[in-house]
Design a protein around this ligand. Structure first.
Ligand code: KG4
Ligand code: ZN
Length: 335
């Protein structure tokens, strides 16, 4: 049976076709809206919804043709229902419901975008050994969970202010580097030598839950540094900022590994494309004796392959959803 996955929660319109019998993705298409939002330095929700609506049928058609399949070969429809931008979510959700209805009521399932980021790695390496620590770091989310058994997520910590990717995007904007910020900050940082003159930015020390994250202090530190000293060596500043973000994520995951009985560490989300972060978390996992699972970069960033696959898993686990299901922009894990 083929599952068609659709993703429109933020600024990527994506569709993918998963073949459960073969255990692989037959087609996966991602149409990025980055060029539209770039001039504003971030995602503009209204423009995102309009662009999703304009391109979604073409993206779905392209994924089906890549898969060598027609609509009649699709047995189930999986779509992101949250969290994300409500107008953007509604485009994908309505489209998937329409297909399900139009095809005589074939099963429809609503997928949590964060859960999909956590399951994406299974597309490449099969099921992860549980209990596992799960980390999602993206432009909209920074969440650390403990997965005890399939489908069970206990939130250990989350960001109290900006998401990790959002912090990188805002830093890049401040440094005049454009949008999205993560990739350009990583690229610039690569050329920076050990002895470069840059400040060591403060790492947040949180009161209360030590497994939460906070990036707003770091962002303010960069702002004040630039205000007081000027831009100076921009690559060195970018590298120092990236190092602080990586350090804060890695040390929080290390602290969680000490507290929790996990055997694996799973990571996902667009910020996991970052080489130094992948290396740092690999080191954390090694020292804690955890097996580290992270997908290749194309499956870390937003895509519909993870939605199709998660939809397939959910259908098997709990059956289809009702077509009355609504978008939930603030959907949490385990809801
Ligand atoms: O998962 P994603 O594609 O969309 C959301 O669900 O938010 O993540 C996008 C975020 C952006 O903030 C972007 O700057 C960041 O991921 N990102 C990176 C890299 N590539 C994308 N951050 C650090 N290093 C990268 N190479
Ligand atoms: Zn995402």
């Amino acid at each position: 049976m083929l599952t068609l996955g659709i993703e429109t929660s933020c600024d990527e319109t994506a569709a993918a076709v998963y073949d459960a019998a073969a255990g692989r993705m037959l087609g996966s298409v991602v149409a990025s809206q980055v060029r539209i939002h770039r001039e504003y330095g971030g995602v503009v929700p209204e423009l995102a919804s309009r662009e999703h609506a304009a391109v979604i049928d073409g993206v779905v058609e392209e994924a089906l043709s890549e898969a060598g399949a027609g609509l009649s070969d699709v047995g189930a429809y999986a779509v992101t229902r949250g969290p994300g931008l409500v107008g953007a979510l509604l485009v994908g959700l309505t489209f998937a419901k329409g297909l399900s209805l139009g095809m005589g009521g074939r099963p429809f399932v609503g997928v949590n975008h964060i859960e999909a980021h956590l399951l994406a790695v299974e597309l490449e390496g099969g099921p992860v050994e549980l209990p596992a620590l799960g980390l999602v770091v993206s432009g909209g989310h920074t969440t650390l969970v403990l997965m005890d058994e399939p489908g069970s997520y206990r939130v250990l910590g989350r960001t109290r202010d900006d998401a990790a990717g959002e912090a990188l995007d805002k830093a890049a904007k401040l440094l005049g580097l454009g949008y999205p910020g993560g990739p350009v900050i990583e690229r610039l940082s690569r050329g920076v030598g050990e002895g470069a003159a840059a400040p060591r930015f403060p790492r947040a020390r949180l009161k209360g839950n030590k497994l939460d994250f906070s990036f707003s202090g770091l962002k303010t530190a960069l702002l004040y540094h630039v205000r007081d000293n000027g831009m100076g060596d921009v690559p060195a500043l970018a590298a120092a900022f990236q190092e602080a973000v990586v350090d804060m994520i890695a040390s929080t995951v290390a602290a969680a590994a000490e507290e929790c009985p996990a055997v694996s560490l799973v990571a996902g989300g667009g910020v996991m494309c970052n080489g130094p972060l992948r290396a740092a978390l690999g080191g954390v996992a090694d020292r804690a004796g955890l097996r580290f699972h992270v997908p290749s970069p194309a499956l870390c960033a937003d895509n519909a392959a993870m939605i199709a696959y998660t939809g397939h898993v959910l259908l098997a686990r709990r059956g289809p959803d009702d077509l009355s299901m609504d978008a939930d922009p603030a959907l949490g894990l385990g809801e």
